[in-house]
Design a protein around this ligand. Structure first.
Ligand SMILES: *Cc1c(COP(=O)(O)O)cnc(C)c1O
Length: 568
């Protein structure tokens, strides 16, 4: 035992005494050797297994690409931290953040900032006056249908009714169902109404949450906890089409679930089922599909995902946060659709945002489960807290009953006919934009629709123009469309306010594309010398972001953006 000479004297004596006691000595060293071998074998097995599942999941080529990307990102990260580069990058990031601050945080004479409680409370009229002023601050005109997505508005009358509903339940909190029985009843009814929209089978259940992100977090948490409780999975993994909403990545970060992204390539822009199947391993806790996804408005191949999930006995979450009250009504509104809901027997959970096309006030969503065998794993219960036995269904403790009342009022006011009507208008407008993109002589040569959108979002890209220049030029005309990356594209998420502005949208897009095309022609005629000159914000940000192998600069910028939100 070479190590024993370094032991303290007292220990060494004990050790030697044991060692010298006849057979005991042999046994002890045998045990140590055996233990060492077992640990070594387990170590090798563990890594062989990891390597096996890596190769099975990504193949030799895919794994090589992973390694290459990793090395490139790491090296570029080191480069960014090199002495000269670092200060330069930091200065540029600081400049950009300052520019952003000037845009977002009003300053100058005449701007009052409230940074502490008024010593004397204001009069009601003073408060009202100030609220009016705040509501009317200069902004992108969502009221005129100029903003893609963002404001899922059901009309002014509905908004009035929602405000009335808030008023009746301002202080209510569903954590006290005995104090607010009406709120409990409305919450249960909201879940039941959404379940019925998604063809839920007997025994299906659900919860309401504060929004799509929380619904997705809950579905992921439930899948993780279920796999741990029933299969002992301690290193959970989930498989996402790369177009799945970032809330799944957030869940991965918060709940320590490893994420596998599967590419969604042209022409369908749907993840291939064979690629997903290869990534399934004993650590897999959840498969995911979107109906439709946020970037391109495309419905994943949920039928095939369902078959895979059912065969592998894995939960499958379908994200209908965006599809919400449009996608289940496509058949009744007479539009094309693809199967996506509980009718597919492999689908175990669905997130549906009542605050998107349900037109409920923001802060409302639902997460539905095939049965309570799934839902129970998202519950939090502390039976032994000194504050009493504590049980809450989701992340929040206290919750705003007023929002549940606003949601319930929206659903029963709209009714199925109201939502079918909205579906007609919204999907109709999306199809109008899609048709213009595909056939308008000024648009079709340069713009390409991404995949085959069936719901409310249409995305487009360009192989001839810088699509971000198009986005910036649209911004200058007062539009706020969504910029997308990998591949560079833009999308329009049609809302009711946009329906009324859709002809103007197409006309402005035609102008803008003609203009950008002409500028590009001039640039090429001049030998490309003016490239980079006068880029707009979108082109600058995404142009740089897209070319960087390591996105730490973008992370710094985004952190600065978040900090800016809290500047008075
Ligand atoms: C909006 C959206 C979400 C998340 O919703 P939030 O309410 O913003 O948290 C999730 N998935 C898709 C496809 C979405 O469009």
């Amino acid at each position: 035992m070479p190590g024993s000479s370094r032991l303290p004297v007292s220990l060494r004596e004990t050790f030697n005494a044991r060692k010298n006691s006849a057979r005991g000595g042999q046994l002890a060293s045998l045990n140590v050797d055996l233990l060492r071998n077992i640990v070594f074998i387990l170590f090798v097995l563990r890594w062989t297994r990891k390597l096996f599942y890596q190769l099975k999941g990504r193949g030799i080529l895919g794994s090589s690409v992973d390694i290459y990307t990793y090395v490139r990102r790491t090296l570029y990260g080191l480069f960014l931290r090199a002495p000269g580069v670092r200060t330069k990058v930091q200065t540029q990031v600081a400049e950009s953040i300052l520019k952003l601050e000037r845009k977002l945080v009003p300053s100058g004479p005449g701007i009052t900032r409230i940074t502490e409680l008024p010593a004397q409370g204001w009069t009601e009229d003073e408060v009202r006056g100030k609220l009016d002023e705040l509501a009317q601050m200069e902004h992108t005109r969502w009221e005129d249908g100029r903003v893609s997505g963002a404001v899922y508005h059901g009309g002014d009358e509905l908004m009035k009714l929602q405000t009335e509903a808030f008023g009746k339940f301002t202080v209510s909190n569903p954590i006290h169902p005995d104090v607010f029985p009406g709120v409990r009843k409305m919450e249960a009814e909201v879940v039941a109404m959404v379940l019925s929209l998604f063809n839920a089978p007997e025994g299906a259940v659900g919860v309401t949450t504060s929004g799509g992100t929380e619904s997705i977090l809950m579905a992921c948490l439930s899948a993780r906890n279920k796999a741990y409780a029933e299969r002992g999975v301690t290193e959970p993994e989930m498989i996402l089409p790369e177009t799945a909403h970032t809330a799944f990545r957030k869940a991965g970060e918060y709940f320590k679930i490893k994420i596998h992204l599967v590419a969604c390539k042209a022409p369908s822009y749907k993840a291939q089922i064979s690629s997903i199947a290869r990534l399934v391993n004993p650590n897999t806790v959840l498969l995911v599909g979107s109906a439709p996804n946020f970037p391109h408005g495309i419905i994943d191949d949920i039928s095939s995902l369902s078959r895979l999930a059912y065969k592998k006995k894995l939960p499958l979450h379908v994200d209908c946060c965006l599809g919400s009250f449009i996608i289940p009504l496509l058949p009744k509104a007479g539009f094309d659709y693809e199967p996506f809901d509980f009718k597919l027997k492999g689908v175990t959970s669905i997130s549906c945002d009542t605050h998107k096309y349900g037109f409920a006030p923001k802060g409302n969503s639902t997460c539905l489960y095939r049965s309570d065998a799934y839902r129970k794993y998202q519950y939090f219960i502390a039976p032994d807290w000194s504050g009493g036995v504590y049980a809450s269904p989701s992340i929040a403790g206290s919750r705003p009953g007023a929002l549940i009342a606003g949601c319930w009022a929206s659903l029963v006011k709209q009714g199925e006919n109201g939502y079918i009507d909205a579906c007609h208008k919204i999907v109709g407008a999306m199809k109008k934009i899609e048709a213009a993109l595909r056939t308008h002589p000024s648009l079709s040569p340069d713009l390409k629709v991404v995949g085959k959108p069936l719901v409310s979002v249409v995305a487009f890209l360009s192989t001839t123009l810088d699509i971000y220049d198009v986005a910036d030029a649209m911004n200058e005309k007062g539009w706020h469309l969504n910029a997308l990356q990998s591949p560079p594209a833009i999308h329009v998420a049609v809302t009711l306010p946009i329906v009324a502005a859709v002809d103007q949208l197409i006309a402005d897009l035609v102008d803008v594309v003609e203009d950008v095309r002409e500028k590009e022609r001039v640039r090429i005629a001049e030998g490309g010398t003016s490239k980079g000159a006068a880029k707009g914000d979108t082109a600058a940000l995404y142009g740089v972001a897209g070319s960087l192998p390591n996105k730490s600069v973008v992370v710094d910028l985004a952190t600065g953006f978040l900090d800016t939100l809290y500047k008075t």
